[in-house]
Design a protein around this ligand. Structure first.
Ligand code: SF4
Length: 360
């Protein structure tokens, strides 16, 4: 196996050639290879996905395809790690571009979170650690090893309730906004949620701050979803008082409070599917998904909440060029950019994921 970047000749191929060569490679690989496409993926890549979904759904679907030796994950690094944690022993996960990271996951480096955990221990602050799916495998293992769990944007509320049955406080990372929105949905006042800033001594928090806190939120965010602001909701309502505002829980809490509905990517897709013809929606999530939903439901008026360019730039790194390169290498028996989570990390991460699944 090797780690390489796409060679020059692939970069010079035009769209039609790329499309037909990807189709040909897929056909030849047959059931030995499954291509997973995250909802935020660009259109010219999602066109080749065998299945689409959010990160956890895709990781499980990849593992369930036991006939497939290769799982080509068109998403970002933490997603491919989750697929590697859940995969069957004979499967290999490939990420077509290893530089496809996640700005949110990068805001919680393992050593910083470990240091925060040690500091909380030293101060005698007892917490259950909960990490969002959008984090490194190492942080999932940290939660698994310390009695905590993983959550998704769909089940964060249930996982928080589970955690509060164990300890009076939750240490949540890496998304400050999802943590705050989940806490508010459970009736926890804003004043009882404090932000741990890893750039500051003891997270910038005093002992009193930590004592009154119910939720300690990591200072991290999604570079896409934080672009949605309250002023966008106000503008859209001014333009069209009948518009419905539908947002993802990674947006800031002021936006969630002003919206009509909030929910995970899968929830957003479901709401728009069920919405009546003629209804009008301003949607606060990634650009490619919103545009696809607008095309799929042409009988409804669907647009992105903000006119700013809310695109996941790291996801965009997965291109037809590097997808083709990965597939053609598989045809020649070469596995490029395989994702391998170390066994000791995998064990702890699996524990945290299993706890999440038990809660539901
Ligand atoms: S949309 Fe945000 S959280 Fe999702 S992969 Fe991109 S940067 Fe990460």
């Amino acid at each position: 196996m090797s780690v390489r970047t796409v060679p020059e000749p692939y970069l010079a191929l035009d769209d039609e050639v790329l499309d037909s060569r990807i189709r040909a490679a897929k056909e030849e690989l047959g059931s030995s290879t499954v291509i997973l496409g995250h909802h935020y993926q660009r259109d010219d890549v999602i066109a080749h996905a065998d299945v689409t979904g959010d990160s956890f759904k895709l990781a499980r679907l990849g593992a369930a395809r036991t006939d497939a030796t290769y799982i080509v994950f068109c998403g970002v690094h933490f997603m491919a790690e989750s697929a590697d944690i859940l995969r069957a022993p004979r499967q290999t996960v490939v990420l077509p571009d290893l530089n496809a990271g996640c700005s949110m996951a990068d805001m919680a480096p393992t050593e910083d979170v470990l240091l925060a955990g040690e500091t909380l221990d030293r101060l005698g602050v007892r917490t259950v650690p909960v990490t969002y799916m959008n984090s490194t495998a190492e942080l999932k293992a940290f939660c698994g090893d310390r009695g905590g769990a993983v959550c998704t944007s769909s089940n964060a509320k249930a996982i928080f309730e589970w955690a509060f049955q164990r300890e009076p406080k939750i240490f949540f990372f890496p998304d400050e906004h999802l943590g705050r929105n989940t806490g508010l949905a459970l009736g926890i006042p804003l004043a009882s949620m404090v932000v741990w800033d890893p750039a500051k001594e003891s997270g910038g928090l005093t002992r009193e701050d930590l004592e009154r806190a119910r939720v300690i939120l990591w200072k991290g965010c999604c570079s896409v979803h934080t672009k949605f602001q309250l002023r966008h909701v106000e503008e859209r309502r001014r333009e069209d008082p009948g518009v419905r505002i539908l947002v993802h829980p990674e947006v800031p809490y002021e936006v969630v409070q002003a919206a009509d509905e909030v929910g995970s990517t899968e929830h957003i897709i479901h709401v728009l599917e069920k919405a009546p013809a003629g209804s009008r929606w301003a949607v606060g999530t990634e650009y490619h998904l919103v545009n696809r939903l607008a095309r799929r439901h042409a009988d409804k008026k669907i647009s992105i909440l903000s006119k700013d360019f809310c695109l996941c730039a790291t996801m965009y790194r997965i291109s037809p060029q590097n997808l083709l390169w990965a597939l053609e290498n598989l045809l020649e028996g070469n596995v490029v950019n395989a994702i391998r989570v170390p066994e000791n990390v995998k064990r702890g991460a699996r524990v945290a994921l299993d706890r999440m699944l038990q809660v539901g």
